[in-house]
Design a protein around this ligand. Structure first.
Ligand SMILES: Nc1ncnc2c1ncn2[C@@H]1O[C@H](COP(=O)(O)OP(=O)(O)OP(=O)(O)O)[C@@H](O)[C@H]1O
Length: 913
């Protein structure tokens, strides 16, 4: 190639360099963090530009005659080609071709890439300089040995420099990798702590359980249904889909199929999936905040980074306590807005007894079209039907194909072909499928009944005589249990009794320990504890164990059947449960209690698993059966044991995570039988104890709790009346307040009325200086608040003590959404009232980040543009707090944007000047 052609080639590099400089300069405006790196890159590029320009001038000049030829392997040619290729690559990278707007604004180099690029640019400059050296050029045009020697020397030097540089880059690599490992570990740890702080719920356990029991190749039909596809692909106008079906129709299994499909097919970073299975036996862990925080955790788990508002909240909490419902709702709403979409699946809404507040919250969150909400429920549940009626519905029925797949798989796994031939199997499958009645559960139970038979002949007999309905199928199973050998049958029925009546799910060890209690024992005898396997066998498939080792009834429909038939199946169930608890609590194993150290309490609770359950729920069963002679006798045996009453209170309070003052040994020793009877509302026992003259009606515990406080705080109105009739003084106070304060805080309206009727003044302030309406605000007890005002509590009078002004403002700032609504509805407050600082209730609620209360105020017509004394609107308070969700909520409600408000203030100031 002649010098001129090469010069043309070199000239081709110049515009590429110019583009690289321009593109790089653009970064300065866009990328702050990479400023230093960009500046260095520009310097290098400019140096290279100068060298290439000089070289270009040289090559096109007269200095080199026409005879000079550059070989294909010429250093200059190779270098110029490599330089051009590198620069093109650089330009492409800097302009992030084909990428989105957001990534184009990002600095596209890792530290390592960046260092390498700078080094390469320096190389090119060096090569150009070398070629530029006139002597070098002259030498290049000759072919003497000297030239080759000199070039070899130069090349050697370059190789040495290159090697050194490669070493440096390797070291840099190692250091960078180590730094990254340390940072990754720290990041992972922080991420884990944040996620655990949000929720410790193991939502995936139920999902895995359903997945594991699901027959292969079933349920795919739902994924092909138009309603589902439209919902999933955001084509439906409604972002909510309701799947309803009768009991046992397979809703839970289909929900699990949908969850798997979403998890598999949607990009977790852009459209994460959250799910929750409600369970009738788990009410205590299904509060609205427990469910929503579990959902929040799941969504965060699927994102590559924890969003900063979440991390900030975690820091603000000092890594303690738990996330509040409001915060959880706010973060979920914000998260959904930043993502393409969020899928939420809730199974078995009908199984949740706390569903009202949950439904309100979730529908609030689902106001955003970014949220796609799918729920399953039984049909005809009035509140669910009313709330979801405007959304598309999909009816769930067991599909014949699914049933067949399931039945063939089950029969094969059960070894049917060892005793029967294919024609029997086909006949059986046909029969079970035909009589399914839209249910999955019915054929499942019928199949189990048939498979329990020992011979083909008996299976055929059973097939001819199949139960017609689900209830018949349950009845069949119960009669099978009753036909077991006596001790097995007793064990099976006993286990079912506990599982039907327990207030919360029982662990394997709790149930086993409870089943080991026999009459005439006065201590725990571990030899009688049945294994879980034995319990499950004796229950003939009606019970099962979940991943958290809780024994449960195998299906909600079984619970319903057993509850409906409880009187026949489990005569005196509540009484026998009460007696078992009372007998257990006086066992000699516990006579060292109450214990001084937390460690001792923990170890006794671990060694005797039923103790916590008994200490917590004995009263509930005794209250229902106080008149039963056996219960009465067991109760007074318990009451006459000081260690048992003290120890029971200690274990109860400790297991409920109360503060130590409530469970320390001396407080528990001062907690008498009368306190127990009052707290549990044992009417007859209270009378008996008072008549025995053993206790004073105003008996005080060390903390100052009276029997009246105990009865009022638990809302036992008749017991409260009884105690008052016996001369109890309800004005005696513990650390929180008197009996009325305690009844109000727990929102026991009837007890509040009883105490006021007795003569407590709803306007009195008392020794503690705490008025009664404020107690209602502590827990947003709207019922108690309303009752107090109806009974004469004067809001204005009780507001006087409040520095914040009218109680309406305190209610708004404390997030008492129910009381705020109540005050407005009843005309006890006006929405645009001002507090002493000129704030409206909306300002107060926004400043306190109480989003539910803010929504209520907006719905009630609050003026979003109302200003405080300094002209600030609620929106300004939200912005100052950095609360984006709140700001968005206000703007959506029509609040004036901040700049408009500032302009308005400016005009007003000018006018007043
Ligand atoms: N795809 C499946 N594979 C295997 N078994 C299934 C399948 N679908 C349902 N079943 C069986 O049918 C029973 C009832 O199904 P599921 O619990 O899903 O019904 P449901 O409609 O949620 O009932 P409910 O409303 O009463 O809670 C399950 O316990 C399971 O034994």
């Amino acid at each position: 190639m002649d010098p001129f052609s090469l010069s043309v080639g070199i000239a081709g590099i110049l515009p590429v360099i110019a583009t690289a400089i321009t593109t790089t300069k653009e970064y300065i405006d866009n990328v702050r963090s990479a400023r230093q790196s960009i500046a260095t890159l520009i310097t290098e590029l400019e140096a290279l530009q100068a060298n290439v320009t000089n070289l270009h001038e040289l090559l096109k000049g007269d200095l080199l005659n026409d005879n000079v030829r550059f070989q294909k392997s010429s250093v200059l040619l190779t270098c110029s080609a490599a330089c051009e290729a590198k620069l093109r690559e650089l330009c492409k990278k800097l302009s992030q071709e084909g990428k989105g707007k957001r990534s184009r604004l990002l600095w596209p180099f890792t530290e390592k890439d960046y260092q390498k690029t700078i080094q390469e640019l320096r190389h090119f400059s060096s090569w150009m300089q070398f070629a530029l050296s006139v002597d070098g050029c002259r030498l290049l045009s000759k072919t003497s040995d000297d030239v080759l020697k000199l070039m070899a020397q130069q090349l050697e030097q370059f190789s040495a420099i290159q090697a050194l540089e490669a070493d440096t880059l390797r070291i840099l690599d190692v250091v960078t990798d180590q730094k990254r490992v340390i940072e990754n570990n720290m990041e992972k740890e922080t991420r884990k702590s944040i996620l655990n702080w949000i929720s410790t719920s193991k939502h995936y356990q139920k999902h895995r359980l359903v997945q594991a029991s699901r027959a292969q190749n079933t349920g795919a039909w739902i994924l092909r249904r138009e309603e589902f596809i439209q919902w999933r692909d955001e084509k439906s106008t409604s972002n909510v889909l309701v799947c309803h079906g009768i009991q046992g129709s397979g809703k839970t299994n289909l929900a699990s199929i949908i969850i798997d499909e979403l998890l598999e097919t949607s990009s977790s970073e852009e459209s994460p999936v959250g799910y929750f299975y409600f369970d009738h036996q788990d009410q205590s862990s299904q509060s609205t905040s427990a469910v929503l925080s579990c959902i929040l955790k799941q969504l965060l788990e699927q994102l590559p980074m924890i969003p900063s508002p979440v991390a900030e909240l975690y820091e603000k909490s000092s890594h303690k306590g738990s996330i509040t419902l409001d915060e959880c709702q706010r973060l979920l709403t914000e998260l959904a807005l930043d993502l393409r979409c969020v899928y939420l699946v809730f199974d078995g809404l009908d199984e949740s007894t706390h569903r009202r507040p949950f439904l309100q919250s979730i529908l609030n969150i689902a106001q955003s079209q970014h949220v796609r909400l799918l729920v399953t429920s039984r049909p005809h549940i009035p509140d669910i039907r009313d709330l979801f009626q405007k959304h598309p519905n999909l009816m769930i029925e067991a599909h014949e194909e699914d049933l067949k797949s399931y039945l063939y798989q089950e029969l094969e796994q059960g070894g049917i072909y060892d005793i029967a031939d294919r024609s029997f199997v086909n006949r059986l499958v046909r029969k079970l499928t035909k009589g399914a009645d839209g249910m999955f559960l019915l054929p499942v139970l019928r199949l189990r009944t048939i498979l329990k038979e020992p011979t083909l002949g008996e299976m055929e007999d059973r097939m001819a005589d199949l139960s017609h309905s689900l209830n018949d199928a349950f009845a069949d199973t119960i009669s099978r249990i009753q036909r077991l050998p006596e001790s097995r049958s007793r064990l099976g029925m006993d286990a079912l009794k506990w599982l039907t009546h327990t207030t919360r799910a029982m662990t394997e060890s709790e149930l086993s320990d409870a089943l080991a209690i026999h009459s005439k024992q006065n201590a725990v005898n571990a030899k009688y504890r049945p294994t879980t396997k034995t319990i499950l066998e004796c229950c003939q498939g009606l019970a099962t164990v979940d991943a958290e080792r809780h024994v449960r009834l195998a299906h909600y429909a079984i619970q319903e059947y057993l509850t409906d038939n409880s009187e026949d199946l489990f005569p005196r169930a509540e009484a026998t449960i009460a007696v078992t608890c009372l007998r257990y609590l006086v066992f000699e194993n516990f006579q060292d209690g109450p214990w001084a150290a937390e460690r001792e309490i923990e170890s006794i609770m671990a060694a005797y698993p039923f103790l916590t359950w008994a200490a917590r729920y004995w009263g509930q069963f005794t209250r229902q059966t106080e008149t039963d002679a056996e219960v009465w006798s067991a109760l007074f045996n318990f009451f006459s044991s000081p260690f048992a009453t003290a120890m029971t209170n200690q274990v109860r309070q400790y297991s409920m995570s109360m503060i130590q003052d409530y469970w320390n040994a001396s407080e528990c020793r001062s907690f008498t039988a009368l306190h127990h009877a009052s707290r549990e509302g044992l009417q007859r026992a209270v009378n008996q104890l008072l008549n025995s003259d053993t206790f004073s009606v105003n008996e005080l515990t060390r903390m100052g709790a009276t029997p009246a406080i105990m009865a009022a705080a638990d809302g036992h109105v008749l017991t409260t009346r009884n105690l008052l009739a016996h001369g109890a003084n309800p004005r005696l106070r513990n650390w929180y307040g008197d009996a009325l304060h305690c009844a109000i805080e727990a929102d026991h309206i009837a007890t509040v009325r009883e105490l006021v009727r007795w003569g407590m003044d709803p306007n009195s302030v008392g020794d503690g200086g705490r008025n009664y309406l404020i107690s209602a605000l502590d827990t947003d007890s709207e019922g108690a608040f309303a009752a107090l005002v109806e009974l004469g509590a004067d809001i204005k009078l009780q507001s006087k003590d409040e520095r914040r002004g009218h109680l309406f403002f305190t209610a708004a700032a404390w997030g008492c959404a129910n009381i705020v609504s109540l005050m407005l509805e009843r005309g006890w407050a006006e929405i645009e009232m001002r507090n002493p600082n000129g704030l409206t209730a909306l300002h107060c609620a926004v400043a306190a980040a109480e989003i539910t209360t803010v929504r209520r105020l907006i719905d009630a017509g609050a003026n979003t543009d109302a200003t405080d004394k300094k002209g600030r609107t609620a929106l300004e308070y939200a912005k100052v707090n950095g609360n984006k969700t709140m700001a968005r909520l206000l703007l959506d409600a029509g609040a004036m944007p901040l700049d408009e408000n500032r302009a308005r203030n400016h005009t007003q100031r000018n006018q007043s000047n």
